[in-house]
Design a binder for this molecule. Structure first.
Ligand code: ADP
Ligand code: MG
Length: 337
């Protein structure tokens, strides 16, 4: 047996990257979430080769001070929580302080930022775990992060990357989720130099149309229900436009895209008598509740949540959707109660 010894930081980050940065799309998700947490109003994304060669995210958010640039790339360094209480009522998308450190450990990363009201932008480069000295940069406002050659130093992992078009499709999924969740955000994305998406700030219904298309937008049913601390807003697709796959089902809990069995089941039940079981409904649902009522710290990628009162959530979702869908039932009578 060899001796027990602590792992070097760089290796610890690379191990974490295995979970947090499964593929370019997961790095893109971390970067976009950081821009949202920084209060950005406009975000633009440039990708090359499905994000394998380049992921660049620029925002007009609050920025990072020169002396904190290196810290932003360090493991377990975050401005978003400071105590266990903060964790229990966290309202930002990030809080683990490992996104940038993980990405930086498996790519060539360049972080440039200008603090709101600051007179100068600064940038730091990280490669192979080495964070270089900050140097002056040219940037009008906000933050730009460039991630090049993801997994260049982890060949075993790089082998798992699919073709550029497959990786791009995953990036587009991430982009769409952000776009649907924040119609107030101006967003744009290019791939290999070509503009793929350009979304201006718009109303929720307009954003649904821009992202999910006319067929959905023309027949979607708007939902806005509340029960005590629970609120459900969003749009349920008419049963007439079902699909065979689940690719147009979006659920956000307090602004965060999640996949959750309780939610899926409640929605499925509500569609039960208007949609054949082998067809999938389309929907975009925003569930809002007291942050203390939901644990978001279940997995490093934060797409899983645990509801404290999952039965109450199930009931509320089922009833709200059932009510919205009542109008689509043949010969339906107005819902009572
Ligand atoms: P987390 O998001 O969990 O805090 P990250 O590693 O993703 O961890 O980011 C570390 C810190 O860097 C954040 O807490 C934030 O203070 C800062 N940061 C990262 N991206 C941005 C950005 N686009 N604009 C402003 N600050 C940022
Ligand atoms: Mg983050």
């Amino acid at each position: 047996m060899s001796k027990i010894r602590p792992l070097p930081d760089h290796l610890v980050n690379q191990i974490a990257a295995g979970e947090v940065v499964e593929r370019p799309a997961s790095a893109l998700k971390e970067l976009l979430e950081n821009s949202l947490d920084a209060g950005a109003g406009a975000v633009s994304v440039d990708l090359a080769e499905g994000g394998c060669k380049l992921i660049r995210v620029s925002d007009d958010g609050g920025g990072i001070a020169r002396e904190e640039l290196a810290l932003a790339l360090s493991r377990h360094a975050t401005s978003k929580i400071a105590s266990l209480e903060d964790l229990h009522r966290v309202s930002t998308l990030g809080f683990r302080g490992e996104g940038l450190a993980s990405i930086a450990s498996v790519s060539q990363l360049l972080l440039s930022s200008r603090l709101a009201g600051g007179d100068q932008a600064w940038r730091v480069a990280a490669d192979n775990g080495q964070i270089h000295e900050a140097e002056p940069a040219a940037l009008a406002a906000g933050t730009t992060i460039e991630v090049r050659d993801l997994y260049f130093n982890v060949p075993a992992r790089r082998k798992f990357l699919k073709t550029a078009s497959t990786e791009y499709a995953h990036c587009e999924d991430v982009f769409k989720r952000i776009a649907l969740s924040r119609p107030d955000l101006a967003l744009m994305m290019t791939h290999n130099g070509k503009v793929q998406w350009r979304l201006k700030m718009e109303s929720p219904a307009e954003r649904m149309r821009a992202v999910l298309g006319n067929e959905f937008a023309d027949s979607m049913l708007a939902i806005d229900e509340a029960a005590g601390p629970l609120r459900l807003r969003g749009f349920a697709g008419s049963p007439t436009i079902s699909r065979s796959g689940r690719d147009a089902q979006f659920v956000f809990v307090n602004g965060r895209f999640v996949r959750d069995k309780v939610v899926l089941h409640a929605v499925r039940e509500a569609y039960r008598d208007v949609l054949h079981l082998d067809r999938q409904p389309l929907y975009v649902l925003f569930i809002e509740l007291d942050p203390e009522g939901v644990d978001v710290n279940v997995h490093p990628t934060k797409t899983e949540v645990r509801f404290r009162e999952s039965q109450a959530i199930h009931r509320f979702l089922f009833h709200s959707l059932n009510k919205a869908l009542a109008s689509t039932r043949a010969g339906a009578l107005p819902a009572v109660g």
